[in-house]
Every structure is written in C-alpha cells, then in structure tokens.
Write a protein that binds this ligand. Sequence first.
Ligand code: PAF
Length: 281
Amino acid sequence: MNTISSVDDLKATVKTLKGQGKSVGLVPTMGALHEGHLSLVTRCRAENDVVVVSVFVNPTQFNNKEDLKTYPRTEEADKKLLEAAGCDIVFMPCAEEIYPEPDNRIFKLGKVAEVMEGAMRPGHFNGVAQIVSKLFDFVSPDRAYFGEKDFQQIAVIRSMIASEGYKLEIVSCPIIREADGLAKSSRNVRLTPEMRKIAPNIARILSESCNFAKSNSVAATQQYVIDSINAFDGMEVEYYQIVDGISLKEVNDWKDSSYIVGCITVYCGDVRLIDNIAYLK
Ligand code: PAF
C-alpha cells in the first residue's frame, strides 16, 4: 500500500495507473475507520483495478468547532486496517495541502441539501461538496463509494455531480451495524458506557416502526419513533423525518411515494448519532 500525503503525488500516481488502462475506485473517509468503512473498501476492491482511500478530517464541513476538535483520529490503526482490506493508495493529506487558500466556492446543491442535516448544520453540505469535488478532481475515479448511514449525504453528492458535470458512478453501500443493531459510526467511541447501552434502542425502535406503520399514518409513525426514543433518559431526538428517498421531501401519506425513508438524529448524551430506515411496501 502506497501512503501519499501530497496532492501532486496523488495526481501523478493515479495518472500513471489510468494510463495503463486501470479503473480507479475512490472511498472518501474521515478516518477512525470501522467495519462500515471497510465494507466500502471491500466493495471498491471487488469492482476496480485500483483502490484509493482518502483519510482527511475535513474542517470545512464542521459547523461546530468542538466536534472538529474531538473527532477521533487514529491514523496508524487506519493504515493497518486499509492495508489488510486491500487498499492500494491511502491519501492522508494535511489541511494546508487541501486548502492552501480558503475555499470560497458555494455549490448549487438544490433542495436535498436544505432539509434535515442541511437545516440543522448550516454550511455542512457545502463543506462536504468542497472536499468531495476536490477529491474527484485529484483522482478522477470511475466509481466513488459512500455509506447509506449518511443517507442525505449521498443525495447531496448526486446533486453536486449533476450540477458540476462529473462523470462517475456513485455506489451507495448498506449500513453496517453492531451485533446489537447500533449503526457503526466513528462517533460511537465517544458514547459513555451508559449511553452505549441504550443507543441500540434507536435502531430497534426504527425497525419496530416499520410494523407500526402498517396500521398507522405517517404522522403517527413519526410521533411513535420520537416519543419511544425520548422516553429513554439521556436520549433526545433532534429530528425524525419521513421522506421520499429520492427528493427527500416529507411525505404525508404512505401512498405518496414507492420509496420512503425515515431519517433520524438523536443526541445520546452529548454525542449526535444518525440512522435511517426504509419503509418497505
Ligand atoms: O462521510 C464522511 O465521512 C465525510 O462526509 C466525507 C464524505 C468523507 C467527506 O469528508
């Protein structure tokens, strides 16, 4: 595995490989890797000649300085995991390498970026678009891999690709969960032992709500999820929205769409967790 920290080296290395006719897959990450990320790397390995993984905690997507400061950083462990997962190139730049000057670009991300996370974390998705577009420019991947835990992020990246005219395939990969159902997240390590114990109730209640939904309205199902989670001491739902899986517009009736997804964020103590579930017909 080749570890690269400079943009010029990355571009030159990928250019040589592409010149040899090799297909290139990219897995953008912020490190603190877990099995969720590794599932993306495994899929990327299976579908491309060359696997590039970026590990970069992107400052422009954090609207909360404390969150940026406390975001876990485990670079040496990440390298070992990536090597074992068959990564060819790990790109680990410093912030100055990516942002030698401030990035003032404002992306046209459309309505999908305005709701839910977009409303709660102003500027977050523009920051994601800044780093992801830079990575696409550096690597020109044939395919890029993203996890469905960040369901809205995938919709926003698809929108960015359409507006910027990138030609690549976005591959969305299913959420990987702990044995007790908690969605794997780099933030899980920040949960206190008490919060770690109750956090799996998020996934359990989302899953149970699919059954509840069969004989209840969208509004009642939304309320059921919010009330059931808020009943746990220390957990507080920030939002639970039941939306069309493509437009991310809220649905009022189960008949409004053939692809409906519930997206949640919950404060577990002071750790903000996200998860989602598809309501299958
Ligand atoms: O999902 C993430 O970890 C980040 O938002 C991403 C896509 C790597 C951009 O920094």
